[in-house]
Design a protein around this ligand. Structure first.
Ligand code: ADP
Ligand code: MG
Length: 338
């Protein structure tokens, strides 16, 4: 085959594959957009494990009618101007790819209304083909509905796991974001049934109790650490509360859920010799550092990050967790003879 440029549609479907792997990735991108838009309330509705539909509604800033068509185009973003901005990124999104990617592999619609508009506007995109913008009635905020994900990429559909697995991935995602943003009210529905919700009152331990049960949440140790470069906060389990895998270990870096084995290793280091072989702690840790200390543009889904001083971050995590474990379980001191 001679060299040829791919048609735009094919190119964007390939690009979509990097951002949108499964229903949970759609939920992640839409939640991040809502958070970037300062939403105080986010409602996630999932139908048929996300295969039939995924809907995310927020009460955030909204998108002006005149910008709707841009919002669903690739490399269109309101969050970044120059490549240098990448190193002071304060928003969760910045690539301007998510909506375009999602819309290229689904039947997509977005209704949005900023506070200064008296009516909302809706745009539809079908498998990447952008439709016209219509005026509709809707409250301030944004509602995105994604139907029939991967309807035009059957190969992707085949890679989806059982409904239960896809649902669990969505649940894990929504609950973790609810923990990371306790001041935002989250609601999650599967096929109309409420699954999980938070009050948005800012109390993280309350969210933890929603996520696990009251007993586990009561036992979880608070982590609170800060040095000149990095702060580490959140919860970690006492040595008596373990799991058989690492699934309950979660890290957020600057408000973004990341998957980083090196961070997990740093956490495990803190438990070194305290846990039996094959047992793992439960933890949800929030690492915050100056945006210049992290490169978030390593991976299209932004699930991986690169630290400028990885060793200092890892040792901060170890130290932070170690300290919480010590406080909860002090080294027994010699009892003075009476
Ligand atoms: P990115 O988040 O990387 O900028 P997206 O494709 O996810 O790219 O979104 C494109 C743009 O659409 C965003 O920059 C933002 O201006 C706008 N947008 C998307 N979702 C929302 C939302 N829920 N509320 C307000 N604006 C939004
Ligand atoms: Mg985005």
């Amino acid at each position: 085959m001679p060299i040829h440029l791919l048609p735009e549609e094919v190119a964007s479907q390939i690009a979509a594959g990097e951002v949108v792997e499964r229903p949970a990735s759609v939920v992640k991108e839409l939640i991040e957009n809502a958070l970037d838009a300062h939403a105080r309330q986010i409602v996630v509705r999932v139908e048929n494990a996300g295969r039939r539909a995924i809907e995310v509604a927020d009460d955030g800033d909204g998108i002006p009618q005149s910008e709707l068509a841009l919002a669903v185009m690739r490399h269109a973003t309101s969050k970044l101007q120059t490549a240098e901005d990448l190193f002071r990124i304060a928003t969760l999104g910045f690539r301007g790819e998510a909506l375009a990617s999602i819309a290229s592999v689904s039947h997509f619609s977005l209704v949005s209304r900023p506070a200064h508009q008296s009516v909302a506007a809706r745009i539809r995109v079908d498998g990447g083909k952008i439709g016209t913008v219509e005026v509709v009635g809707a409250p301030v905020g944004t509602l995105v509905r994604v139907e029939d994900l991967f309807f035009n990429v059957p190969a992707r559909l085949k890679f989806l796991k059982r409904d239960q697995t896809e649902r669990q991935q969505i649940d894990a995602l929504v609950t973790r974001y609810a923990l990371a943003y306790p001041q935002v009210r989250f609601q999650l529905f599967h096929d109309g049934t409420p699954i999980f919700q938070t009050t948005g009152n800012g109390n993280r331990r309350e969210v933890l109790a929603q996520l696990y049960d009251v007993e586990i949440s009561r036992q979880m140790l608070e982590v609170e650490y800060e040095d000149e470069m990095v702060s580490v906060s959140g919860f970690t389990s006492p040595v008596g509360l373990t799991r058989s895998n690492r699934k309950e270990i979660t890290f957020f870096v600057n408000g973004r859920w990341v998957q980083d084995t090196a961070l997990s290793t740093a956490l495990l280091q803190a438990y070194h010799t305290l846990l039996m072989v094959g047992r793992y702690p439960m933890a949800i840790l929030f690492i915050n550092l100056h945006p210049e200390e992290v490169d978030v543009n390593v991976h299209p889904t932004k699930a991986e990050v690169r630290f400028r001083n990885p060793d200092r971050v890892f040792s901060a995590v170890s130290r932070a967790v170690r300290r919480s474990l010590m406080i909860s379980n002090p080294v027994p001191s010699v009892v003075p003879p009476s």
